[in-house]
Design a protein around this ligand. Structure first.
Ligand SMILES: Cc1ncc(CO)c(N)n1
Length: 438
Protein backbone atom coordinates (compact mmCIF):
# COMPACT_ATOMS: atom_id res chain seq x y z
CA UNK A 1 0.00 0.00 0.00
CA UNK A 2 1.17 3.54 -0.70
CA UNK A 3 1.94 6.02 2.07
CA UNK A 4 -0.64 8.84 2.17
CA UNK A 5 0.67 12.39 2.14
CA UNK A 6 -1.93 14.49 3.95
CA UNK A 7 -2.28 18.13 3.00
CA UNK A 8 -3.12 20.21 6.07
CA UNK A 9 -4.83 23.48 5.17
CA UNK A 10 -6.62 26.20 7.08
CA UNK A 11 -10.39 25.65 7.18
CA UNK A 12 -13.03 28.28 6.41
CA UNK A 13 -16.82 28.08 6.73
CA UNK A 14 -19.48 29.75 4.62
CA UNK A 15 -23.06 30.06 5.85
CA UNK A 16 -24.92 31.08 2.70
CA UNK A 17 -27.36 30.23 -0.05
CA UNK A 18 -26.83 28.01 -3.06
CA UNK A 19 -26.71 29.73 -6.46
CA UNK A 20 -27.58 27.21 -9.16
CA UNK A 21 -25.89 29.62 -11.57
CA UNK A 22 -22.53 29.03 -9.91
CA UNK A 23 -21.28 32.61 -9.85
CA UNK A 24 -22.48 33.70 -6.41
CA UNK A 25 -23.46 32.13 -3.09
CA UNK A 26 -21.99 28.90 -1.73
CA UNK A 27 -20.56 28.05 -5.15
CA UNK A 28 -18.59 31.32 -5.33
CA UNK A 29 -17.48 30.97 -1.72
CA UNK A 30 -16.07 27.46 -2.07
CA UNK A 31 -14.35 28.27 -5.37
CA UNK A 32 -12.78 31.39 -3.85
CA UNK A 33 -11.63 29.48 -0.77
CA UNK A 34 -10.07 26.79 -2.96
CA UNK A 35 -8.36 29.48 -5.03
CA UNK A 36 -6.81 30.76 -1.79
CA UNK A 37 -5.50 27.36 -0.74
CA UNK A 38 -8.06 27.06 2.05
CA UNK A 39 -10.33 24.07 2.75
CA UNK A 40 -13.92 25.26 2.38
CA UNK A 41 -16.85 23.95 4.43
CA UNK A 42 -20.44 25.11 4.12
CA UNK A 43 -23.80 25.44 5.81
CA UNK A 44 -26.50 26.00 3.20
CA UNK A 45 -29.31 28.34 4.28
CA UNK A 46 -31.40 28.43 1.12
CA UNK A 47 -31.52 26.98 -2.34
CA UNK A 48 -32.04 29.43 -5.18
CA UNK A 49 -32.97 28.67 -8.78
CA UNK A 50 -30.84 31.32 -10.37
CA UNK A 51 -28.80 32.16 -13.44
CA UNK A 52 -26.88 35.11 -14.85
CA UNK A 53 -30.16 36.96 -15.59
CA UNK A 54 -31.88 36.73 -12.22
CA UNK A 55 -33.48 34.66 -9.48
CA UNK A 56 -36.29 32.31 -10.59
CA UNK A 57 -37.17 31.02 -7.12
CA UNK A 58 -35.78 30.62 -3.66
CA UNK A 59 -36.39 28.10 -0.88
CA UNK A 60 -35.10 28.55 2.67
CA UNK A 61 -34.05 25.36 4.44
CA UNK A 62 -35.70 24.38 7.74
CA UNK A 63 -33.99 26.10 10.66
CA UNK A 64 -32.93 22.78 12.25
CA UNK A 65 -31.10 21.78 9.08
CA UNK A 66 -29.15 25.04 8.97
CA UNK A 67 -28.30 24.65 12.66
CA UNK A 68 -27.26 21.02 12.17
CA UNK A 69 -24.85 21.98 9.38
CA UNK A 70 -23.19 24.74 11.40
CA UNK A 71 -22.85 22.42 14.40
CA UNK A 72 -21.55 19.57 12.27
CA UNK A 73 -18.78 21.77 10.90
CA UNK A 74 -17.83 23.74 14.00
CA UNK A 75 -17.97 20.60 16.17
CA UNK A 76 -15.37 18.81 14.07
CA UNK A 77 -13.15 21.18 12.09
CA UNK A 78 -10.67 23.73 13.43
CA UNK A 79 -12.46 26.54 11.61
CA UNK A 80 -10.11 29.50 11.08
CA UNK A 81 -12.76 31.98 9.91
CA UNK A 82 -16.38 32.01 8.77
CA UNK A 83 -18.61 34.20 6.65
CA UNK A 84 -22.31 34.64 6.17
CA UNK A 85 -23.96 35.40 2.84
CA UNK A 86 -27.63 34.99 1.94
CA UNK A 87 -29.47 34.20 5.19
CA UNK A 88 -32.93 34.47 3.62
CA UNK A 89 -35.16 34.77 6.70
CA UNK A 90 -35.36 36.50 10.06
CA UNK A 91 -35.15 33.10 11.82
CA UNK A 92 -31.90 32.18 10.09
CA UNK A 93 -30.34 35.58 10.79
CA UNK A 94 -31.39 35.14 14.43
CA UNK A 95 -30.05 31.57 14.56
CA UNK A 96 -26.59 32.64 13.38
CA UNK A 97 -26.73 35.66 15.71
CA UNK A 98 -27.42 33.27 18.63
CA UNK A 99 -24.54 30.98 17.67
CA UNK A 100 -21.98 33.63 16.75
CA UNK A 101 -20.91 34.66 20.30
CA UNK A 102 -19.64 31.09 20.82
CA UNK A 103 -17.54 31.10 17.61
CA UNK A 104 -13.83 30.97 18.42
CA UNK A 105 -12.91 32.41 15.02
CA UNK A 106 -13.51 35.67 13.15
CA UNK A 107 -16.96 36.04 11.54
CA UNK A 108 -17.41 38.11 8.39
CA UNK A 109 -20.98 39.21 7.73
CA UNK A 110 -21.86 40.06 4.14
CA UNK A 111 -25.37 41.46 4.70
CA UNK A 112 -26.82 40.11 1.44
CA UNK A 113 -30.22 41.67 0.76
CA UNK A 114 -30.61 42.02 -3.00
CA UNK A 115 -28.92 40.13 -5.89
CA UNK A 116 -27.05 42.12 -8.55
CA UNK A 117 -30.04 41.32 -10.81
CA UNK A 118 -32.25 43.34 -8.43
CA UNK A 119 -34.08 40.33 -6.94
CA UNK A 120 -34.55 40.23 -3.16
CA UNK A 121 -32.64 37.55 -1.26
CA UNK A 122 -33.73 38.51 2.26
CA UNK A 123 -37.20 39.04 3.66
CA UNK A 124 -37.51 42.75 4.50
CA UNK A 125 -38.37 42.07 8.18
CA UNK A 126 -34.99 40.37 8.59
CA UNK A 127 -33.08 43.60 8.09
CA UNK A 128 -33.51 44.52 11.77
CA UNK A 129 -32.26 41.13 12.97
CA UNK A 130 -28.92 41.97 11.37
CA UNK A 131 -28.11 44.31 14.26
CA UNK A 132 -27.85 41.32 16.61
CA UNK A 133 -25.71 39.36 14.21
CA UNK A 134 -23.39 42.30 13.62
CA UNK A 135 -22.80 42.75 17.33
CA UNK A 136 -20.96 39.41 17.34
CA UNK A 137 -19.10 39.89 14.04
CA UNK A 138 -15.53 40.85 13.19
CA UNK A 139 -16.28 42.56 9.90
CA UNK A 140 -19.36 43.63 7.93
CA UNK A 141 -19.07 44.07 4.16
CA UNK A 142 -22.15 46.04 3.02
CA UNK A 143 -22.44 47.67 -0.39
CA UNK A 144 -23.81 51.22 -0.53
CA UNK A 145 -27.46 50.07 -0.66
CA UNK A 146 -27.08 47.64 2.25
CA UNK A 147 -25.17 50.28 4.24
CA UNK A 148 -28.05 52.67 3.74
CA UNK A 149 -30.53 50.09 5.06
CA UNK A 150 -28.31 49.35 8.09
CA UNK A 151 -27.40 52.97 8.93
CA UNK A 152 -30.18 55.11 7.48
CA UNK A 153 -27.49 57.16 5.71
CA UNK A 154 -27.50 57.47 1.93
CA UNK A 155 -24.03 56.68 0.59
CA UNK A 156 -23.04 58.91 -2.32
CA UNK A 157 -19.37 59.72 -1.70
CA UNK A 158 -16.41 59.03 0.60
CA UNK A 159 -17.72 61.19 3.40
CA UNK A 160 -21.19 59.66 3.55
CA UNK A 161 -19.55 56.20 3.25
CA UNK A 162 -17.47 56.93 6.33
CA UNK A 163 -20.50 58.28 8.21
CA UNK A 164 -22.59 55.22 7.34
CA UNK A 165 -19.75 52.84 8.28
CA UNK A 166 -19.27 54.61 11.62
CA UNK A 167 -22.98 54.31 12.33
CA UNK A 168 -22.86 50.57 11.56
CA UNK A 169 -19.90 50.24 13.99
CA UNK A 170 -22.34 51.20 16.74
CA UNK A 171 -23.92 47.73 16.44
CA UNK A 172 -20.73 46.39 18.03
CA UNK A 173 -19.13 44.96 14.87
CA UNK A 174 -15.33 45.43 15.00
CA UNK A 175 -14.93 46.76 11.47
CA UNK A 176 -16.98 47.79 8.45
CA UNK A 177 -15.81 47.52 4.84
CA UNK A 178 -18.21 49.70 2.87
CA UNK A 179 -17.86 48.68 -0.76
CA UNK A 180 -17.81 51.37 -3.43
CA UNK A 181 -18.93 49.32 -6.44
CA UNK A 182 -22.43 50.84 -6.42
CA UNK A 183 -21.16 54.42 -5.97
CA UNK A 184 -20.65 56.08 -9.40
CA UNK A 185 -17.17 57.21 -10.44
CA UNK A 186 -14.10 56.14 -12.41
CA UNK A 187 -12.43 54.82 -9.23
CA UNK A 188 -14.00 52.21 -6.97
CA UNK A 189 -13.27 53.11 -3.35
CA UNK A 190 -13.84 50.53 -0.62
CA UNK A 191 -13.68 52.14 2.80
CA UNK A 192 -12.55 50.14 5.84
CA UNK A 193 -13.60 51.76 9.10
CA UNK A 194 -12.56 50.48 12.55
CA UNK A 195 -12.31 52.07 15.97
CA UNK A 196 -8.69 52.91 15.03
CA UNK A 197 -9.53 54.85 11.88
CA UNK A 198 -10.30 54.67 8.19
CA UNK A 199 -8.44 53.16 5.27
CA UNK A 200 -9.47 53.35 1.62
CA UNK A 201 -8.72 50.71 -1.01
CA UNK A 202 -8.89 52.02 -4.58
CA UNK A 203 -9.20 50.27 -7.93
CA UNK A 204 -9.93 51.66 -11.38
CA UNK A 205 -13.51 50.81 -12.31
CA UNK A 206 -13.85 48.04 -14.87
CA UNK A 207 -16.41 48.72 -17.59
CA UNK A 208 -18.56 45.58 -17.19
CA UNK A 209 -21.88 44.48 -15.74
CA UNK A 210 -20.54 40.98 -15.08
CA UNK A 211 -20.38 41.52 -11.34
CA UNK A 212 -22.64 38.60 -10.37
CA UNK A 213 -20.95 37.03 -7.35
CA UNK A 214 -18.64 39.95 -6.60
CA UNK A 215 -19.84 40.50 -3.03
CA UNK A 216 -19.70 36.78 -2.17
CA UNK A 217 -16.25 36.46 -3.71
CA UNK A 218 -14.85 39.46 -1.86
CA UNK A 219 -16.18 38.34 1.53
CA UNK A 220 -14.92 34.79 0.93
CA UNK A 221 -11.48 36.02 -0.11
CA UNK A 222 -11.26 38.03 3.13
CA UNK A 223 -12.48 35.01 5.12
CA UNK A 224 -9.95 32.68 3.48
CA UNK A 225 -7.14 35.13 4.17
CA UNK A 226 -8.16 35.55 7.81
CA UNK A 227 -8.27 31.73 8.11
CA UNK A 228 -4.68 31.75 6.85
CA UNK A 229 -3.76 34.20 9.62
CA UNK A 230 -3.49 37.46 7.70
CA UNK A 231 -4.22 40.61 9.70
CA UNK A 232 -7.52 42.28 8.73
CA UNK A 233 -6.11 45.16 6.67
CA UNK A 234 -3.75 42.87 4.77
CA UNK A 235 -6.61 40.46 4.11
CA UNK A 236 -8.88 43.24 2.83
CA UNK A 237 -6.16 44.65 0.57
CA UNK A 238 -5.37 41.23 -0.90
CA UNK A 239 -9.05 40.39 -1.31
CA UNK A 240 -9.95 43.63 -3.11
CA UNK A 241 -7.02 43.07 -5.50
CA UNK A 242 -8.22 39.48 -6.03
CA UNK A 243 -11.74 40.71 -6.83
CA UNK A 244 -10.51 43.40 -9.23
CA UNK A 245 -8.95 40.67 -11.38
CA UNK A 246 -11.92 38.35 -10.98
CA UNK A 247 -14.11 41.13 -12.40
CA UNK A 248 -11.78 42.20 -15.23
CA UNK A 249 -11.37 38.64 -16.48
CA UNK A 250 -14.99 37.69 -15.73
CA UNK A 251 -16.45 34.36 -16.79
CA UNK A 252 -18.45 34.92 -19.95
CA UNK A 253 -21.13 32.33 -19.15
CA UNK A 254 -24.90 32.34 -19.42
CA UNK A 255 -27.12 34.62 -21.45
CA UNK A 256 -26.92 37.43 -18.90
CA UNK A 257 -23.95 39.56 -17.96
CA UNK A 258 -21.64 36.71 -16.90
CA UNK A 259 -20.11 36.08 -13.48
CA UNK A 260 -16.90 36.97 -11.70
CA UNK A 261 -14.00 34.61 -12.35
CA UNK A 262 -13.03 33.01 -9.05
CA UNK A 263 -10.20 31.03 -10.64
CA UNK A 264 -8.21 33.82 -12.31
CA UNK A 265 -5.29 33.79 -9.88
CA UNK A 266 -5.04 30.00 -9.88
CA UNK A 267 -5.15 29.80 -13.65
CA UNK A 268 -2.61 32.59 -14.01
CA UNK A 269 -0.21 30.84 -11.66
CA UNK A 270 -0.72 27.51 -13.44
CA UNK A 271 0.03 29.19 -16.79
CA UNK A 272 3.52 30.34 -15.80
CA UNK A 273 5.40 27.25 -16.87
CA UNK A 274 3.61 26.78 -20.23
CA UNK A 275 4.17 30.50 -20.93
CA UNK A 276 7.91 30.23 -20.24
CA UNK A 277 8.07 27.10 -22.40
CA UNK A 278 6.29 28.90 -25.24
CA UNK A 279 8.82 31.75 -25.09
CA UNK A 280 11.65 29.20 -25.13
CA UNK A 281 10.15 27.49 -28.19
CA UNK A 282 10.02 30.81 -30.05
CA UNK A 283 13.65 31.50 -29.09
CA UNK A 284 14.65 28.03 -30.34
CA UNK A 285 13.06 28.76 -33.72
CA UNK A 286 14.92 32.07 -34.02
CA UNK A 287 18.22 30.34 -33.20
CA UNK A 288 17.54 27.51 -35.65
CA UNK A 289 16.56 29.93 -38.44
CA UNK A 290 19.39 32.37 -37.60
CA UNK A 291 17.61 35.73 -37.56
CA UNK A 292 20.93 37.67 -37.33
CA UNK A 293 19.74 40.08 -40.01
CA UNK A 294 16.99 41.43 -37.78
CA UNK A 295 18.97 41.82 -34.54
CA UNK A 296 19.23 45.47 -33.41
CA UNK A 297 22.17 46.92 -31.40
CA UNK A 298 20.37 46.26 -28.12
CA UNK A 299 19.56 42.67 -29.05
CA UNK A 300 16.25 40.85 -29.54
CA UNK A 301 13.91 39.77 -26.81
CA UNK A 302 10.87 37.56 -26.84
CA UNK A 303 8.31 38.14 -24.12
CA UNK A 304 5.30 36.07 -23.16
CA UNK A 305 2.55 37.14 -20.76
CA UNK A 306 0.50 34.71 -18.69
CA UNK A 307 -3.18 34.88 -19.80
CA UNK A 308 -4.14 37.37 -17.06
CA UNK A 309 -0.81 39.20 -16.73
CA UNK A 310 -0.95 42.80 -15.56
CA UNK A 311 2.64 43.35 -14.50
CA UNK A 312 6.15 42.77 -15.82
CA UNK A 313 6.66 40.15 -13.11
CA UNK A 314 3.99 38.07 -14.90
CA UNK A 315 5.85 38.07 -18.22
CA UNK A 316 8.63 35.66 -19.20
CA UNK A 317 11.56 36.73 -21.39
CA UNK A 318 15.19 35.94 -22.15
CA UNK A 319 17.55 37.20 -19.51
CA UNK A 320 20.30 39.15 -21.28
CA UNK A 321 18.34 39.02 -24.59
CA UNK A 322 19.26 37.25 -27.82
CA UNK A 323 22.39 38.62 -29.50
CA UNK A 324 24.48 37.98 -32.59
CA UNK A 325 27.42 35.59 -32.27
CA UNK A 326 30.06 34.48 -34.77
CA UNK A 327 27.70 31.84 -36.09
CA UNK A 328 24.08 32.93 -35.78
CA UNK A 329 22.13 34.20 -32.77
CA UNK A 330 22.10 32.94 -29.18
CA UNK A 331 20.12 33.71 -26.03
CA UNK A 332 22.53 35.00 -23.39
CA UNK A 333 20.84 33.26 -20.48
CA UNK A 334 17.65 31.37 -19.79
CA UNK A 335 14.00 32.38 -19.89
CA UNK A 336 12.89 33.94 -16.63
CA UNK A 337 9.84 35.87 -15.34
CA UNK A 338 10.52 39.57 -15.01
CA UNK A 339 13.65 39.38 -17.19
CA UNK A 340 12.51 42.05 -19.67
CA UNK A 341 11.69 45.63 -18.77
CA UNK A 342 11.17 47.59 -22.03
CA UNK A 343 9.48 45.02 -24.21
CA UNK A 344 7.53 43.61 -21.26
CA UNK A 345 6.29 47.09 -20.38
CA UNK A 346 5.19 47.56 -24.02
CA UNK A 347 3.26 44.27 -23.93
CA UNK A 348 1.68 44.92 -20.51
CA UNK A 349 0.54 48.39 -21.70
CA UNK A 350 -0.87 46.91 -24.92
CA UNK A 351 -2.79 44.32 -22.85
CA UNK A 352 -4.70 47.11 -21.10
CA UNK A 353 -6.54 47.57 -24.43
CA UNK A 354 -5.93 44.21 -26.13
CA UNK A 355 -5.92 41.68 -23.28
CA UNK A 356 -5.69 38.71 -25.64
CA UNK A 357 -2.24 39.77 -26.88
CA UNK A 358 0.24 37.54 -25.08
CA UNK A 359 3.51 37.56 -27.03
CA UNK A 360 5.88 40.20 -28.38
CA UNK A 361 9.31 40.37 -30.01
CA UNK A 362 11.44 43.35 -30.92
CA UNK A 363 13.72 43.59 -33.95
CA UNK A 364 15.61 46.08 -36.10
CA UNK A 365 13.87 48.94 -37.88
CA UNK A 366 15.39 50.54 -40.98
CA UNK A 367 14.53 51.16 -44.63
CA UNK A 368 14.77 47.48 -45.49
CA UNK A 369 12.39 46.49 -42.71
CA UNK A 370 10.02 49.31 -43.63
CA UNK A 371 9.97 48.15 -47.26
CA UNK A 372 9.40 44.54 -46.21
CA UNK A 373 6.49 45.55 -43.95
CA UNK A 374 4.93 47.45 -46.87
CA UNK A 375 5.28 44.44 -49.18
CA UNK A 376 3.73 42.15 -46.59
CA UNK A 377 0.80 44.59 -46.21
CA UNK A 378 0.54 43.98 -42.47
CA UNK A 379 -1.34 46.45 -40.31
CA UNK A 380 1.44 48.63 -38.89
CA UNK A 381 1.23 51.36 -36.24
CA UNK A 382 3.82 54.00 -35.53
CA UNK A 383 4.66 55.25 -32.05
CA UNK A 384 6.99 57.64 -30.32
CA UNK A 385 7.53 58.60 -26.70
CA UNK A 386 4.20 60.41 -26.50
CA UNK A 387 1.92 57.77 -28.08
CA UNK A 388 -0.94 56.48 -25.98
CA UNK A 389 -1.27 52.68 -26.24
CA UNK A 390 -5.07 53.21 -26.35
CA UNK A 391 -4.67 54.80 -29.80
CA UNK A 392 -2.56 51.89 -31.04
CA UNK A 393 -4.41 48.92 -29.54
CA UNK A 394 -7.81 50.31 -28.55
CA UNK A 395 -9.67 49.28 -31.71
CA UNK A 396 -9.80 45.58 -32.53
CA UNK A 397 -10.55 46.21 -36.24
CA UNK A 398 -7.30 48.09 -36.81
CA UNK A 399 -5.10 46.21 -34.38
CA UNK A 400 -1.50 46.28 -35.65
CA UNK A 401 0.75 43.22 -35.84
CA UNK A 402 3.82 45.47 -36.07
CA UNK A 403 4.51 48.68 -34.17
CA UNK A 404 7.41 50.80 -35.37
CA UNK A 405 9.33 53.47 -33.52
CA UNK A 406 11.64 55.57 -35.70
CA UNK A 407 13.89 56.31 -32.74
CA UNK A 408 15.38 59.51 -31.45
CA UNK A 409 18.71 60.92 -30.29
CA UNK A 410 20.24 58.13 -28.19
CA UNK A 411 17.26 55.85 -28.85
CA UNK A 412 17.55 53.13 -31.47
CA UNK A 413 14.74 52.74 -34.01
CA UNK A 414 12.78 49.56 -33.33
CA UNK A 415 10.10 47.24 -34.70
CA UNK A 416 7.89 45.30 -32.31
CA UNK A 417 5.69 42.44 -33.39
CA UNK A 418 2.79 41.20 -31.29
CA UNK A 419 0.59 38.10 -31.39
CA UNK A 420 -2.01 36.17 -29.43
CA UNK A 421 -0.16 32.87 -29.98
CA UNK A 422 3.57 32.10 -29.74
CA UNK A 423 3.66 30.23 -33.07
CA UNK A 424 2.07 33.22 -34.82
CA UNK A 425 4.69 35.52 -33.33
CA UNK A 426 7.54 33.29 -34.50
CA UNK A 427 5.97 32.91 -37.97
CA UNK A 428 5.69 36.68 -38.27
CA UNK A 429 9.30 37.38 -37.38
CA UNK A 430 10.54 34.64 -39.72
CA UNK A 431 8.30 35.95 -42.53
CA UNK A 432 9.66 39.46 -42.00
CA UNK A 433 13.22 38.12 -41.96
CA UNK A 434 12.65 36.28 -45.25
CA UNK A 435 11.07 39.37 -46.83
CA UNK A 436 13.95 41.63 -45.72
CA UNK A 437 16.39 39.18 -47.35
CA UNK A 438 14.47 39.29 -50.70
C1 LIG B 1 -27.30 32.52 -3.30
C2 LIG B 1 -26.89 33.89 -3.51
N1 LIG B 1 -26.21 34.53 -2.55
C3 LIG B 1 -25.79 35.80 -2.75
C4 LIG B 1 -26.07 36.48 -3.91
C5 LIG B 1 -25.63 37.90 -4.09
O1 LIG B 1 -25.15 38.19 -5.30
C6 LIG B 1 -26.78 35.77 -4.91
N2 LIG B 1 -27.10 36.35 -6.09
N3 LIG B 1 -27.17 34.49 -4.68
Amino acid sequence: MRTPAPDARPVALTIAGSDSGGGAGIQADLATMTAHGVFGTSAITAVTAQHTRGVESSFALPLEEVEAQIEAVTGDFAVGAAKTGMLATTEIVQLVADQAPAFEFPLIVDPVMVASSGDRLLEPEAERAYEDLLSAATLATPNADEAEVLSGIEVTDLESARDAAETILETGVDAVLLKGGHVPGETVRDVLVTADGTRTFEHPRIRTDATHGSGCTLASAITARLAKGEPLEVAVEGATDFLARAVRYYSDVGEGHGAVNHAVELRNAAAREPTAEAVQAVVDRFVAADVSGLVPEVGVNVVGATPYAESIAETAAVEGRITRTLDGVQPNRGVRFGASSHLADFLVSAREYAPDLRFAVNCRFDEDVERALETLEWPVAETDRSTDPADVFGDRETRPVAVIDRGDVGKEAMTRLVAEEPETLADRLLTLDAEVKE
